[in-house]
Design a protein around this ligand. Structure first.
Ligand SMILES: Nc1ncnc2c1ncn2[C@@H]1O[C@H](COP(=O)(O)OP(=O)(O)OP(=O)(O)O)[C@@H](O)[C@H]1O
Ligand SMILES: [Mg+2]
Length: 173
């Protein structure tokens, strides 16, 4: 008997899991991920302090070819890195110090910039989900048990239509 095709809505892209063994490799992952990104994309980065979220974003900035080095902002919560070419700008948000939660988040007007930008948010859990249901979630875990280790486990999950077709598998190769 022929099996009915699964309805499109039921298709959920599998997580991509990667093992990263150095800061340089994390940057390289960012550079490769940048090739998959376009204006309107939201990337949500999760992981404990020092996991490597900013390091990954630095590679993203390099891959997108934007102006200015991506750094951990001390006071600035969102920084716009304009493209040096004709690509989208990178908006790098570090919501760690956003004590005010949603209200302060709304002040950033990310909904206004999203259609024309790639937005990457660190510490955005509970704050950016309502911006769009289509987002790429990246979770970085330190290898358990050894805090001096440079090993990181990275899981990428694409949510929504946008990411159902994106070829995240290319990052694993
Ligand atoms: N495999 C790795 N990938 C990324 N960073 C690594 C790795 N191994 C060691 N590191 C080091 O861990 C630190 C990661 O710092 P980074 O600022 O990227 O983290 P973060 O997740 O943005 O932290 P925060 O939550 O404070 O913003 C850097 O000092 C980096 O050199
Ligand atoms: Mg950071």
């Amino acid at each position: 008997m022929e099996r009915p095709a699964a309805p499109a809505a039921a298709r959920h892209p599998a997580d991509i899991r990667l093992t990263i063994t150095s800061p340089e490799q994390m940057r390289e992952l960012g550079r490769r991920l940048a090739e998959l990104l376009r204006a309107g994309d939201l990337v949500m980065l999760s992981g404990e302090l020092g996991a490597g979220k900013t390091t990954l974003t630095r590679g993203l900035g390099e891959g997108l070819g934007v102006r200015g080095a991506v750094t951990s902002p001390t006071f600035v919560i969102a920084r716009v890195h304009p493209s040096l070419g004709d690509g989208p700008p990178l908006v790098h948000v570090d919501a760690y110090r956003l004590a005010g939660g949603l209200d302060e988040m709304e002040d950033l007007d990310l909904d206004v910039s999203l259609p024309d930008s790639v937005i990457v948010v660190e510490w955005g859990e509970g704050k950016v989900e309502e911006l769009t249901e289509e987002r790429l979630q990246v979770v970085i875990h330190r290898a358990v048990g050894d805090t001096t280790d440079e090993v990181r486990h990275v899981t990428l999950t694409g949510l929504g239509e946008r990411w159902s077709e994106a070829d995240l598998e290319t990052l694993a190769g």
